[in-house]
Design a protein around this ligand. Structure first.
Ligand SMILES: Cc1cc2nc3c(=O)[nH]c(=O)nc-3n(C[C@H](O)[C@H](O)[C@H](O)COP(=O)(O)OP(=O)(O)OC[C@H]3O[C@@H](n4cnc5c(N)ncnc54)[C@H](O)[C@@H]3O)c2cc1C
Ligand code: SF4
Length: 329
């Protein structure tokens, strides 16, 4: 591992200051489940790491008027075990409970999970200098693209967004508090994650290099009913998808898919297929069909289209109480 400077700030302001290194690379370190692994594999070689664990809020607090404010320093395990989160935002707890392994949930934080880098195996190997590492090509279109995107495949990168928590946060219309050298700002979760372009392909979100994510604000859920349906490629761990709806007869719907696109993917087609319809199996089937209408799979991931269709259908049926959640792909 390359030698690096280490900063240990205790306030958000000092953390941001420590991230300013004039042309060199400084990165925040939270639980280290992603960053340390990338450093060990020579995928990321920062000049300075800034431990943000002592600078970030580690609490979950009620917001005036309803809703919850979750500190970016909250560990994933504490999110899973929080009674208020479970009561108000069950899809968050369902997604958090499936993150990685118990060890990863014990060390990993909300902020680190949202900001983790892609799992693409070319990205994770030192030898492949793809767009995301400053190279001039993507290896996935002609390569092993089984786990890559089926939506938003215009390129130049074809990753799927890796954060399980990002999906329900987008579905619940969360906002993120961000702190940087010019103070703080809030960004809607749905605007935080960015599609790859040649100009920004080395990033997955709107954070500047000297900004940190400090909080996730979840609005009061009202009469929202949620479903969350996860499909696993392997027995141990993989990435989920989530669905949020309003009402019994469907008044409005948010269908957000994980693991299918470079960002948590909102399916407008599925949402349109749901609104104004009764919550039953026929509606669930129609929404599943609609969800994959715009899919553009790569050479080796056509199977994901069927999985997505089935997962959307089953998430809706789960909300309707029509079938037990059981699927192993
Ligand atoms: C075997 C395995 C299975 C996994 N399965 C899943 C899964 O099913 N679902 C899932 O979502 N994840 C999964 N992960 C990823 C894991 O959840 C993340 O690595 C972990 O949540 C990251 O949290 P952390 O606090 O350890 O982040 P760190 O490793 O400390 O940081 C991750 C990245 O975010 C940046 N960062 C950290 N905190 C902040 C902040 N507050 N503001 C701005 N940037 C920040 C860091 O610079 C770094 O680049 C898996 C990982 C492994 C190894
Ligand atoms: S999909 Fe993205 S991360 Fe993977 S090889 Fe292509 S450019 Fe790199």
């Amino acid at each position: 591992m390359k030698a690096f400077e280490y900063a240990n700030p205790t306030t958000e302001k000092d953390a941001v200051t420590a991230l300013r290194v004039d042309g060199r690379i400084a990165l925040p370190l939270a639980g280290g489940m992603d960053l340390i692994a990338r450093m060990k594999d020579y995928v990321t070689s920062p000049d300075r790491i800034v431990n943000v664990k002592n600078a970030l809020d580690t609490t979950i607090a009620a917001l005036p008027g309803g809703g919850l404010k979750i500190g970016a320093g909250v560990k994933i395990v504490d999110l899973v075990e929080n009674a208020q989160v479970a009561k108000l935002y069950p899809a968050v707890v369902a997604a958090a409970g499936e993150v990685g392994t118990p060890q990863i949930r014990n060390a990993g934080t909300v902020g680190g999970n949202i900001n983790q880098r892609p799992r693409c195996w070319y990205f994770r190997q030192e030898e492949f200098n793809c767009y995301k590492k400053g190279g001039n090509r993507c290896f996935s279109p002609a390569g092993e693209n089984q786990y890559h995107a089926i939506f938003g495949n215009e390129g130049p990168s074809h990753i799927v967004h890796p954060s399980s928590l990002a999906v329900p946060f987008v579905a619940y219309s969360a906002t993120f508090r961000v702190v940087g050298p010019n103070g703080e700002r809030t960004v809607a979760a749905s605007d935080f994650f960015t599609m790859p372009t040649l100009q920004n392909v080395r990033k997955e979100n709107v954070l500047a290099d000297d900004e940190i994510l400090t909080h996730v604000m979840l609005p009061a859920p009202g009469n929202v009913r949620t479903g969350h349906y996860e499909v696993r490629y392997k027995e141990s761990h993989d990435w989920p998808l989530a669905l949020t709806m309003n009402g019994n007869t469907i008044q409005s719907a948010r269908v957000v898919l994980g693991a299918v696109a470079p960002i948590p993917w909102r399916s407008a087609d599925a949402e349109q297929a749901l609104v104004g319809k009764p919550l039953n199996e026929a509606t669930a089937i129609a929404a599943g069909e609609a969800a994959v209408r715009a899919a553009k799979p790569l050479s080796r991931n056509v199977y994901k289209v069927q999985i997505t269709k089935t997962a959307v259908k089953r998430a809706i049926m789960q909300i309707a109480g029509l079938k037990p959640v059981q699927l192993r792909a």
